[in-house]
Design a binder for this molecule. Sequence first.
Ligand SMILES: *[C@@H]1O[C@H](CO)[C@@H](O)[C@H](O)[C@H]1NC(C)=O
Length: 499
Amino acid sequence: MASCRVPGVLLMCVFVILLSTVFSISSASEEEKEYVLTLDHSNFSEIVSKHKFIVVEFYAPWCGHCKNLAPEYEKAASVLSGNEPAIVLAKVDANAEENKGLAEQFEIQGFPTIKILRNGGENVQEYKGPREADGIVTYLKKQTGPASKEIKTAEDADRLIDGKKIFIVGIFPKFSGEEFENFLIVAEKLRSDYDFGHTTNAELIHRGESSVSKATVRLLKPFDELFVDFKNFEVDALEKFIEEGSIPLVTLFDQNPDNQPFLNKYFGSPDEKAMLFLHFSHDQIDNFKSKYNEIAGLYKGKGLKFLLGDVLASESAFQFFGLTEDQAPVLVVQNNKGLKFINPNVEIDQIAPWLKSYVDGKLKPSIKSEAIPETNDEPVKVVVAKSLRDMVLDSKKNVLLEIYAPWCGHCKKLAPILDEVAVSFEKDADVVVAKLDGTKNDVPSDIIEVRGYPTLYFKSASGSKYVAYEGDRSKEDIIEFIQNNRDAATSESILKDEL
Ligand SMILES: *[C@@H]1O[C@H](CO)[C@@H](O)[C@H](O)[C@H]1NC(C)=O
């Protein structure tokens, strides 16, 4: 995934951004027949309503990840046009003023966002597959056809069930009745996240009881207890069972790529997060593991989810949390307001009591910040976590704040433009243009949501307006945006402007 759009999940975003900056390559576009349909507000409903299955990419012309995706998406569209039945790929410029309604309707929060629309648009799912042509093709082929596949033979079971992944199998005396129907409803709903199958023969599954007397859902997983049975076929209950059962008690963060889907789930979960980072070569590793697992078991279902990370695999997490290697083993809690609590050089016996203090509200959050700079006289003012309140949140000025990363190419491109914007407001005492290095400073995620770099936020002088700037990153557009959103200038500053 090349964009960051899980709200509040900063950590994942940082990884994603790091990866995508390293690997993004832009390709030249060619003038050829286009297989991807271009839709806009005028024909979106009409075209979508004609399709049982259509894929729509919401993009913005300025978005780099969208540009990287475009040739792959087009290639996939051309391959899939020959599929039986044809699979249609489309795109919408969600940044265009006239399509903003569509972007809102589909709750587009970042670019690119790809949605799978079924039954003429009645059923909408997020596309969670790869971003290169072959991967897109394979993923989408799987998304068509039945959501749950029948397992009739041992060969079917071998072919369908991948031991490294979650697989959900419904075991039924017969393929009819409310329980079976509900199973199919849930399979349809969650098909982009999990693989589903159904059978009348529990023996084929190899895990769990080989004969069941009542309809059963068996969730197979590559961790913890390896399978769990469930017999409640209410749609909501079944869905919850699958979502919860598919997160390991302790998610492992190491260099094994098979763990990636579980890491995505972990960081995508709205729960609070406890993370223990240490060297997996640590001489006490087994003791840490078993104690940590035991503690995780005690918190199961209580809104705190556990991760165990190898220092060797967690470099970006260390950067993100402002940790250093000599602090390992280090225990970190991130709550759902984005606040973090850190216990460096933690010993095995301290883990449980420290977590209890956290849960009891007795710990103080740790806030990463650079020092407040001694001089700050460039046109674009430097803000750090320690000065964020004074210079932005509680300031009586209209502030445009850029949250950037030193390594981010788009930020480098934006820097001279922001300089010009700042210069153009230099005589206006009510407007401040500022920047904050998001890799060295924490920002409260309940106020400023950083989904990627650069993130631009605007706060009006009175604080009545708090908005992300998502327009074109040009001097003219940014200035216009500030003028349109600022609070009315005081007579003093108007006077200054005229001088
Ligand atoms: C939808 O309308 C836009 C603008 O009029 C046009 O460019 C596009 O080709 C149309 N799409 C289809 C699939 O007809």
